[in-house]
Design a protein. Structure first.
Length: 199
């Protein structure tokens, strides 16, 4: 993800080295290519098996032109030996962010009638509270039929809490979640030769 995604985390009480704190980010990019190795356009985002509480740029799965890459289910886990306050934002330089949880302080490009250009995406959560170990587990929202969301919670990470100004309530989860759409060339290409051998 380092090719196109930038993650910024600042602690309110930064330490040069802190063995009691670990941030773990993971996720995947999905692209489709023809037998000639050329990336195919037309990927769209979907809400399949996402809980209803996930925030979305739009509920319409159409309207984004030139999509060649989907940033699938990146999550950020926080492991801490104590409560901390952090400022977190992610930037998708060659795409936009389409879904996220908890709610963010800033979304760029902002939601508008016209579909945005797939560049310069930003999610800024502002300040998040990383709760002490084992705290806040009873505050996690029900996921309904989205059982795979429960699997993502089956870790020892701390619960994070964010106060949403618009909703005037706290949103809690065991990870930061976001997805996106992009339009960029991959650093490699797979081709097939006349014998249908992968080259």
């Amino acid at each position: 993800m380092l090719l196109t995604l930038f993650l910024s985390v600042c602690a309110s009480d930064p330490l040069p080295e802190d063995p009691g704190y670990v941030l773990h980010e993971w996720g995947t990019f999905t692209s489709l290519a023809g037998s000639d190795g050329v990336l195919l356009e037309g990927l769209t985002y979907d809400d399949h098996q996402l809980p209803d509480f996930v925030h979305r740029r739009t509920r319409c799965a159409e309207g984004f032109d030139g999509v060649r890459t989907k940033m699938e289910t990146p999550v950020i886990y926080f492991y801490s030996d104590r409560e901390r306050v952090l400022s977190v934002k992610v930037a998708f330089q060659q795409g936009i962010l389409t879904q996220w949880y908890p709610e963010v302080r800033e979304l760029y490009p902002p939601v508008a009638r016209a579909a945005p250009v797939l560049r310069g995406g930003l999610l800024d959560w502002g300040q998040l509270r990383v709760l002490a170990p084992s705290e806040g587990l009873d505050e996690l929202p029900a996921v309904g039929a989205a059982r795979h969301w429960e699997h993502a919670r089956a870790v020892d990470a701390n619960v994070i809490r964010r106060r949403t100004l618009s909703l005037e309530l706290d949103e809690c989860e065991r990870f930061l979640f976001y997805r996106g759409l992009g339009s960029f060339a991959l650093p490699l290409a797979a081709l097939t030769d006349a014998d249908d051998t992968l080259a």
